[in-house]
Design a binder for this molecule. Structure first.
Ligand code: AP5
Length: 209
């Protein structure tokens, strides 16, 4: 199964992908995670994109497309994949069409007010990437990762100014992909406002059809 997860920042794409990768036994490929791993490893690419991620702007298409192309060539992606956060521009979608075919594009729909609540309350474990929410999905002990015992952090791009910028960038550059994929018949809208379990169940039902 070759899937793309589309939707605004904070809609829950990563949360659902972490369940769906086990359900479908395919890798979860998040371009945001790939960039954050480069930043953590202080690679040349990480140095190049660090300030871009913190601001909420998009990394240039040429860099992003090359990174995804390389990732899709890895052995685990031969059986399928969940692309989370890619494509984000029409140029990226056109490039993806040249790389592989898709079975479905899942569009996670959530209103702006809920998006802001989810992003501003998100906390992550820096070493494992595990995601929590201070209200909707709190850790057992406030501020501490359940598994590693490390202090949770807030992503730089989950701070107020960056959230606003990410939402504007999404509307201008990524939202046009909804019409792009709807015209191909591959797009399925999913109401992302329910609990993660309900969103996952709804997606599995829709994809089965
Ligand atoms: P990326 O990491 O992809 O960020 P994003 O799309 O903004 O997505 P998020 O990770 O913020 O949200 P999500 O939808 O995965 O939500 P989550 O499940 O965590 O990209 C980061 C940056 O990298 C970009 O800004 C850009 O700079 C760069 N980049 C990445 N891809 C790129 C590309 N293709 N081109 C160019 N640049 C690129 O959930 C959010 C919160 O809500 C969590 O706290 C979670 O616990 C909670 N939550 C989730 N689901 C629910 C629910 N159902 N009910 C209640 N709470 C929930």
């Amino acid at each position: 199964m070759n899937l793309v997860f589309l939707g605004p920042p904070g809609a829950g794409k990563g949360t659902i992908a972490s369940q769906a990768k086990n359900h479908y036994d395919i890798p979860h490929i998040s371009t945001g995670d790939l960039f954050r791993n480069h930043i953590k490893g202080d690679t040349d690419l990480g140095k190049q994109v660090k300030a871009i991620l913190a601001s909420g702007d998009l990394v240039p298409d040429s860099i992003t497309i090359a990174m995804v192309e390389q990732r899709l060539k890895e052995a685990d992606a031969k059986k399928g994949f969940i692309l989370d956060g890619f494509p984000r521009t029409i140029a990226q979608a056109d490039a993806l069409k040249e790389m592989t075919s898709l079975d479905a594009v899942v569009n996670f729909v959530l209103d702006r007010e809920e998006i802001i609540k989810r992003l501003s309350g998100r906390r992550v474990c820096k070493s494992t990437g595990k995601t929590y929410h201070v209200v909707f999905n709190p850790p057992k002990v406030a501020g501490i990762d359940d598994e590693t015992g490390e202090a949770l952090i807030q992503r730089d791009d989950d701070k107020q100014d960056a959230i606003e910028n990410r939402l504007n960038v999404y509307e201008k550059q990524t939202e046009p992909l909804i019409a792009y994929y709807r015209s191909t018949g591959l797009l399925f809208d999913i109401d992302a406002s329910a609990s993660p379990e309900e969103v996952m169940a709804e997606m599995v039902k829709v994809l089965k059809k």
